[in-house]
Ligand binder design. Structure first.
Ligand code: ATP
Length: 340
């Protein structure tokens, strides 16, 4: 990342307002098999996630592919039915609300995907595609909708002319700007960015991240920033949540997590960042084996089968989620012990 983004100071639990709170979120996908398609088990994609997201903050969510990041994001937005747990948005428990009441909250929660064009009609002009958001959720006149779309395009660094273009006429960075325009159209307060810049070149990534930051400051947006790229998360986010096999294993400010990682899994992830500035004194730690099957997770600590410092205690007892420093949480019997 060449462009250093201006960082806001990490949000403190004490003086910031909670926008979103997750309590014990679980999402299991049933595994069916046999002639009768009977349930044979569950893929435990998200296992007991509890956290608070504050107004105006960016919370990064990191972990290997398959550790439950996207499922967590989809569950928050109601795109996946929860197996267990509660979601509070602006203090209201939202998952059991009736459709009409829920819509009020759903409009405030949006998502930006890695490929914003996957859901667009290649034969529809971009301006008309964006107008549909207003058609669905407002009673604006045709003129008002057109004006709103043009101002949205300008807000994300595009021009009025882009209204008439088709999806294939846009570059990767411009496409993501349109994805962002669509996400902010209804003035949300919370946006999930799911690998939103992963497919972009580094310089374009930096421009899109800068746009996201500008919009955040202007509209007090909160982001849940799902990414496999810890380097980007370090530049963009205030806090980071590390997930492993559906479990939260560490949560802390960017500074604490990168300078003093508590969990062996976090230490291993950090050691794999191929950037000299991040990895000053770290040698690369190779995790043994693949991610275990989330349908049959290990007993005790889910990471013990790949952890270089695991003992018998780790296979026998699930570690508690504990606060080890101000706003720095981890679930490890040997939190803070170096694996280097
Ligand atoms: N609809 C589904 N049905 C069954 N299993 C699913 C479904 N969606 C996700 N999973 C499983 O849940 C687990 C978590 O997947 P998820 O996509 O949330 O992980 P991820 O961390 O976002 O991975 P990636 O970075 O590759 O997107 C994986 O084992 C995945 O195969």
């Amino acid at each position: 990342m060449k462009v250093a983004l201006e960082k806001t100071s990490p949000k403190e639990n004490t003086d910031s307002k909670v926008l979103l709170e997750l309590q014990g979120i679980k999402k299991y996908f049933p595994i069916k098999g046999g002639v009768l398609q009977r349930k044979q088990g569950d893929v435990k994609a998200v296992e007991n996630v509890s956290l608070k997201l504050f107004e105006g903050e960016s919370l990064g969510v990191v972990g290997e592919s398959g550790c439950g990041k996207s499922t967590l994001g989809r569950a928050i937005l109601g795109l996946e039915e929860l197996t267990d747990g509660k979601i509070f948005f602006q203090g209201t428990e939202i998952q059991d609300l009736k459709r009409k009441e829920k819509l009020r909250f759903v409009k405030q929660m949006q998502m930006i995907f890695q490929d914003p064009f996957a859901s667009l009609n290649p034969r529809q002009r971009i301006g008309h595609a964006l107008e549909e958001v207003f058609t669905m959720h407002t009673d604006m006149s045709a003129k008002e909708k057109r004006e709103a779309v043009i101002s949205l395009l300008e807000e994300v660094g595009l021009k009025e002319d882009h209204f008439y273009k088709y999806p294939h006429e846009f570059s990767g960075g411009q496409r993501q700007r349109i994805g962002i325009a669509r996400a902010i159209a209804l003035n949300p307060s919370f946006v999930i960015c799911d690998e939103a810049v992963s497919a972009l070149d580094v310089s374009v990534q930096a421009q899109v991240l800068k746009l996201l930051k500008t919009l955040q400051e202007k509209y007090q947006l909160s982001y849940l920033f799902i990414s496999h790229d810890l380097g980007v998360v370090r530049y963009f986010c205030d806090r980071v949540l590390v997930m492993y096999l559906g479990n939260t294993v560490e949560l802390g400010t960017v500074k604490d997590l990168f300078d003093k990682p508590l969990h062996p899994y976090t230490q291993a992830l950090l050691s794999a960042i191929p950037r000299p500035t991040v990895n000053r004194n770290r040698s690369r730690i190779r995790l043994q084996g693949d991610l275990p099957n989330p349908a049959n997770p290990p007993s005790g600590c889910p990471f013990h089968t790949r952890c270089p410092i695991a003992t018998e205690k780790c296979s026998a007892e699930k570690p508690e989620w504990k606060e080890y420093g101000p706003n720095h949480f981890a679930a490890c019997h040997f939190a803070g012990q170096s694996i280097l």
